[in-house]
Design a protein around this ligand. Structure first.
Ligand SMILES: Cc1cc2nc3c(=O)[nH]c(=O)nc-3n(C[C@H](O)[C@H](O)[C@H](O)COP(=O)(O)OP(=O)(O)OC[C@H]3O[C@@H](n4cnc5c(N)ncnc54)[C@H](O)[C@@H]3O)c2cc1C
Length: 573
């Protein structure tokens, strides 16, 4: 059962939150060696990363080094030549590589998290035997081809199409844009429109060597500049029948499953970036002196360092909880995965801003690493689902399950939410339903024994779980069929959900760490208390704005400005 969706129904699924999970022994063994090897290989290359950022390239010898380290086989089972790491172990590796350079993580991550993940999740035994050994060694590098010029967030509107031949093979035509690893990949997972009774999109495995496959120039990007991003084109490409992933018409489901499953890689990378920033900021604060003392003595600098630490601990707690859900075989984790992606990506961007601010003028100079990290991490709120669209997904998925409590609404609700973007505006019948009565929402108590210092934090999550359920109930009753169009409200529901789920992960981890004696345990409990108070303030503010807000005025203002096409005021006139 989904922990996050249950929060919206007023329930805290404690057995899925406590105790905080630990890494598998096998992962620890591999990670022990892998983390050191990554540091040894990437550590001395920081000047190279700066140069490759300017030149926007990753030399072939360097990619060969990544192959030699086994970084393309991280999550491929050992029987196919990989290291067989769990999602949790994999996220930890990306965390380590990201602490050195984000482009490196992108090259490895686009291959494993999305490029070849479809084969792991949906491949036949024959497809696995054919491709996984080569993908594990890096003899083949993979990429994921969904986005097109007209189809970004609205991925279901792709125009690349495949027509079936009499012998069961396919002819593929179309162009994909902004494909990570596009210029270096040997195997593409490609999504194309197919006319089939079963559905409209099909996923194909397409080898770069096939006649008709080509890629464009390396894009000139703001950040992660060394990572390969190109268009990938398909002109009358013949794809064999047995290169269909899963089955004909199931491509949209395949794409979403891959993206959901891959989000902990991105989250792990974000945590690695934050750890690097905390180390940089600490060093800077201790060595830079102003007013005759180290700037680390100033309250406003200390506040930034502690906030970065709270954010990093929280992101780490939620990312590895979600990785654990995936590793334990959970089926319904897409909302939690989206929450972890949103929280980790935004926490990293806040940390990059604050670390640069601590370094101030130096931080602005290219000699220092902050400006590159700031540029590199900007992409994380954009790709693998923009954070806006993911917030809508979180809220609508939770509301969908709440609606399902009503048997008679199930069919209507399924229709609307299965393709949540396409379904906007057609929700029916909610207005008359009294969800509070039907779901019997009441305050859910956390019964797991917790250190006394964490009881108050637990009480905050208990209270706001009830507030979230009440808000969801209120919004569904008030807006009925138009709830799916009320994006301000959906964002509020998502944001309370994110604070609750992340906060509960932090609580669980701090409870486990706090039981071990020592300063780190004490500080972990302190972090959980701080996070709970900060989350309480955010959630209280959002709850107030559910009934009293400026949504109408803001919408009208946006309409006015969109109509003008510019800011019309000027002090001159
Ligand atoms: C460096 C880079 C690497 C990438 N790598 C890959 C890759 O390997 N494979 C791949 O397939 N794609 C890749 N992408 C594409 C990426 O996933 C898309 O950029 C992303 O999905 C967003 O699409 P878009 O940029 O077209 O934005 P749009 O969808 O046009 O969105 C524009 C804005 O509108 C908002 N918006 C859109 N729809 C809604 C809505 N319904 N409600 C509210 N707000 C909305 C968005 O949040 C955003 O702020 C990459 C992109 C970049 C920049």
């Amino acid at each position: 059962m989904s922990v996050a969706k249950n929060l919206m129904a007023g329930r805290i699924l404690e057995e899925q939150l406590f105790p905080y999970p630990s890494l598998r022994d096998k992962d620890r063994e591999v990670l022990g060696m892998m983390v050191d090897a990554i540091d040894q290989f990437l550590g001395p290359r920081h000047q190279d990363f700066k140069r490759w950022d300017v030149k926007a390239e990753q030399p072939a010898e360097f990619i060969q080094g990544l192959r030699d380290l086994g970084l393309f086989g991280l999550i491929i089972p050992e029987e196919h030549g990989g290291l067989g790491l769990s999602n949790a172990g994999y996220a930890r590796v990306l965390s380590q590589s990201s602490s050195h350079d984000s482009s490196v993580s992108l090259t490895i991550g686009a291959h494993s998290s999305i490029g070849m993940k479809g084969i792991l999740l949906f491949g036949t035994a024959e497809q696995k035997a054919r491709y996984l050994p080569k993908l594990a060694s890096g003899a083949m590098i993979a990429a994921f081809c969904l986005t097109e010029s007209g189809a970004g967030s609205d991925a279901a509107s792709i125009r690349t199409h495949a027509v079936k031949n009499a012998d069961g093979s396919w002819i593929l035509n179309g162009e994909k844009i902004w494909i990570t690893n596009g210029g270096i990949a040997d195997l593409y997972t490609v999504f194309a429109r197919t006319s089939s009774a079963a559905g409209k999109i099909t996923a194909f495995l397409v080898e770069a060597a096939c006649p008709g496959v080509s890629h464009g120039q390396h894009e000139d990007k703001m950040g992660i500049r060394a990572s390969s991003t190109t268009t990938v084109s398909f002109a009358d490409v013949r794809v064999p029948a047995d290169n269909v992933l899963d089955s004909e018409g199931k491509g949209f489901k395949v794409a979403m499953a891959i993206l959901n499953n891959g989000r902990t890689g991105l989250g792990g990378g974000a945590v690695g970036g934050m750890k690097a920033l905390i180390a940089l900021a600490t060093q800077q604060a201790l060595t830079r002196r102003q007013f005759e003392i180290p700037i680390a003595e100033f309250g406003l600098v200390r506040e930034k360092i502690s906030q970065m630490t709270v954010d990093c601990f929280a992101a780490e707690s939620v990312v590895w909880m979600v990785a654990h859900y995936i590793d334990s075989g959970a089926q319904d984790y897409s909302v939690e995965a989206a929450m972890s992606k949103i929280f980790a990506s935004e926490a990293l961007q806040r940390s990059a801003y604050e670390a640069l601010q601590i370094a101030a003028g130096s931080g602005f100079m290219r000699d220092y690493p902050y400006e590159k990290i700031t540029r590199d991490c900007r992409i994380l709120t954009i790709f693998e689902g923009t954070n806006e669209v993911l917030r809508l997904y979180i809220a609508l998925s939770g509301l969908k399950d709440l609606g399902k409590s009503f048997g008679e609404l199930k069919a209507a609700v399924d229709d609307i939410f299965n393709n949540f973007i396409k379904g906007f505006g057609v929700l029916t019948d909610y207005a008359e339903k009294r969800l509070t009565q039907a779901t019997g929402v009441g305050r859910d108590k956390i019964l797991t024994p917790l250190p006394e210092a964490l009881r108050e934090a637990a009480g905050i999550y208990e209270r706001y779980t009830l507030e979230l359920a009440k808000a969801a109930d209120y919004l569904l009753r008030k807006h009925g069929k138009s709830i799916a169009d009320r994006q301000h409200d959906l964002k509020r529901v998502a944001d309370i959900g994110i604070d609750l789920f992340v906060g509960l992960c932090v609580l669980s981890r701090a409870a486990s760490l706090g039981r071990a004696s020592g300063e780190q345990g004490v500080q972990a409990i302190g972090i959980a208390r701080v996070f709970a108070q900060q989350a309480k303030r955010r959630m209280a503010n959002i709850v107030r704005r559910i009934t009293r807000n400026e949504d109408g005025e803001m919408n009208r203002l946006a309409g006015f400005i969109l109509d003008k096409g510019r800011y019309p005021w000027d002090v001159v006139s």
